[in-house]
Design a binder for this molecule. Structure first.
Ligand code: C2E
Ligand code: MG
Ligand code: MG
Ligand code: MG
Length: 283
């Protein structure tokens, strides 16, 4: 089919586009069903103190396996959930399960949770989060929300109000994927973040390109000046971790320390590492 759009441009709808649209609709329907059935699960990836390698918290990452579609990655289903208005209920389901699981972890560990841009224009978001914490009895001071700069752009005033409401009960706020997308240093003047997460793109090239190294060092200096904690994302190799420690980066996350795993495996991981800690003390 061909369709005439503005200024006489002709847009051709190819067969592939039709197929893609059908696939999105299919995923949307399956996702709606999965969310009502409570089938989206939180996985948890450790965030560590880079110098001691001690786990200081976990990031919650949503996982979904559909009977017919198989494992659908968040990079596919999160954008569809946002576009089709499913992100609210999906997010509430995952946060409820995540805080229920994290309740039995050692109380000095924090839990972080991602919020999508569309959730920061919806004033109900804050109320929903507070209601879930109330119900699961999870201490809000152990919760961190991760937002991206894109999330602040649509409606900064609305985002600011939601963030202020969450801050009031002790929830911390981190800026995710820093350095990619619509980065603006101005945002860091207007908005106070407790933590900044350096995007994986810089970390993965820290060993082989000078610009990445300089950018990371500049970000670290800025975080120090602004009193923000910092976590480098996507650390896969020892040499990357070493270099980051050399530059004074305090926090790290990545496959080197642990992949995201489900609630049961996370408990097992915690038992092992605490047993290790006890053994180290005994020596
Ligand atoms: P993100 O918040 O930046 O999460 C980090 C992503 O990097 C995760 O991908 C994680 O599995 C991956 N990662 C961690 N360490 C490494 C590493 O060493 N190497 C590589 N190559 N990747 C690493 P994942 O789980 O596929 O999630 C992708 C994105 O989907 C997240 O990016 C986040 O923006 C979004 N997302 C995931 N769960 C949720 C959720 O519950 N709600 C919302 N709103 N967004 C979510
Ligand atoms: Mg994140
Ligand atoms: Mg990130
Ligand atoms: Mg990311």
């Amino acid at each position: 089919h061909a369709k005439r759009s503005g200024r006489g441009r002709v847009v051709v709808y190819t067969r592939e586009m039709e197929e893609a649209a059908k696939r999105v609709t299919r995923i949307e329907q399956a996702l709606r069903r999965a969310v009502s059935a409570g089938e989206v699960e939180p996985h948890f990836q450790p965030i560590v103190d880079l110098t001691t390698r001690r786990t200081i918290g976990f990031e919650t990452l949503a996982r979904w396996t559909d009977r017919d579609l198989g494992m659908v990655p968040p990079s596919v289903f999160i954008p569809i959930a946002e576009e089709r208005g499913i992100i609210g209920p999906l997010s509430q389901l995952v946060l409820r399960k995540a805080t229920e699981a994290a309740r039995s972890w050692p109380s000095d560990l924090f839990l972080s949770f991602n919020l999508s841009p569309s959730q920061l224009v919806d004033q109900n978001t804050g109320l929903h989060i507070l209601a879930i914490l109330d119900r699961t009895g999870f201490d809000p001071r152990r919760l961190e929300i991760e937002i991206t700069e894109t999330g602040l752009m649509n409606d900064p005033a609305s985002a600011e109000k939601i963030v202020e409401d969450l801050r009031r009960v002790g929830i911390r706020v981190s800026l995710d994927d820093f350095g990619t997308g619509q980065s603006s240093l101005g945002r860091l003047r207007e908005f106070h973040f407790d933590k900044l997460k350096i995007d994986r793109a810089f970390v993965s090239s820290i060993l082989d390109d000078r610009p990445s190294e300089h950018i990371i060092r500049a970000i670290l200096a800025m975080c120090e000046g602004l009193g923000m904690d910092v976590v480098a994302e996507g650390i896969e190799e020892e040499a990357q971790a070493d270099r980051l420690v050399q530059f004074g980066c305090a926090g790290g996350q990545g496959y080197l320390f642990g992949r995201p795993v489900d609630a049961d495996a996370t408990l097992g991981y915690l038992r092992d590492s605490y047993r290790g800690a006890l053994r180290a003390k005994a020596i």
